[in-house]
Design a protein around this ligand. Structure first.
Ligand code: R5P
Length: 280
């Protein structure tokens, strides 16, 4: 049985009703709940944008399925809160673990997601008590890049964490050095530098990452690659949040910027759809 949230309507036909009460709280109804009773259910629900609201909606959806004794596999292409997977200062919340524990306790049997930040490779994992299947979109993104370059190109990641996305292709990874938290209310660890030993001179380059958030990492990577003499530079990420002015800034810096539809962005060019086919 397939249960689809309205926020997945670009790929599948929704069959969950989600509305808001006058005070903004969420209302959820699964009309086909009788068909879910005691059955395996694959639930498609995006957790971004508006991640906090989307998480509450998910908890409500799962509560309905749990009462119907359904066995739930959740497909959420982007897992929010995945980037705080380490404690830097005493007393910080380990958000990645907490969100996974919340999903597991709510009744998610297994999460299927794409290029989950803290896993740093494809495969089956258990984290925060949650079973996770992590699928990488790197091959699909690289395939798209092939159609944009005339000949050979290097595939590089801006940090070690995303190095798995370049595996099997000529290229490598840079090393990102972050500093302390910046002053102020916004939580952000500044990027001091990207160390690089790769020769980009006269080469075509695809810079690939799991996520572009504020864009700080990708902007520094493109500056680095260009400063070192690269010819044509493409930038790709599985997840594009494009906060602040990063979308327009990156578009002016590189020859093409593109993402998948794990999160729908103005530069979505690659779809997760073919990888979802065998889940249906
Ligand atoms: C971090 O290690 C990730 O792979 C990304 O490079 C990072 O989260 C992107 O964030 P931002 O766009 O804010 O630099």
């Amino acid at each position: 049985m397939r249960i689809v949230s309205p926020n997945f309507s670009d790929l599948l036909k929704p069959n969950i009703e989600i509305k808001q009460f006058p005070d903004g709280e969420n209302y959820v109804r699964i009309q086909q709940i009788k068909e879910c009773e005691g059955n395996e259910v694959v639930l498609f629900h995006r957790l971004y944008p508006d991640q906090d609201r989307a998480i509450i909606q998910l908890v409500l959806i799962i509560s309905v399925l749990k009462k119907a004794k359904a066995i739930v596999t959740l497909v959420s292409p982007y897992l929010p809160y995945a980037r705080q997977d380490k404690i830097w200062l005493d007393g910080e919340a380990l958000s990645a673990e907490t969100i996974c524990a919340l999903l597991a306790h709510s009744g998610v049997k297994k999460l299927i997601t794409f290029d989950c930040h803290f896993l740093k490779k494809e495969g089956e994992f258990k984290y925060g008590g949650l079973k996770i299947k992590n699928i990488s979109l790197s091959k699909s993104l690289i395939e798209y890049a092939k159609s944009k370059f005339d000949g050979d190109f290097l595939v590089i990641s801006p940090d070690v964490g995303a190095a798995y996305m370049t595996k099997g292709f000529e290229g490598g990874y840079m090393k990102k050095i972050r500093g302390d938290y910046a002053e102020g209310d916004e939580v952000y660890r500044k990027i001091e530098k990207l160390e690089n030993t790769i020769d980009f001179n006269c080469k075509n380059v695809l810079v690939i990452d799991d996520i572009i958030s504020s864009g700080g990492t990708m902007i520094k990577a493109v500056e680095n690659v260009k400063k070192n003499g690269a010819k044509k530079v493409l930038c790709a990420a599985t997840h594009g949040l494009f906060l602040k002015e990063s979308l327009s800034k990156l578009q002016t810096m590189c020859d093409e910027l593109f993402t998948s539809d794990a999160i729908i962005t103005p530069v979505t060019k690659v779809s997760i759809a073919p990888l979802l086919k065998n889940l249906l």
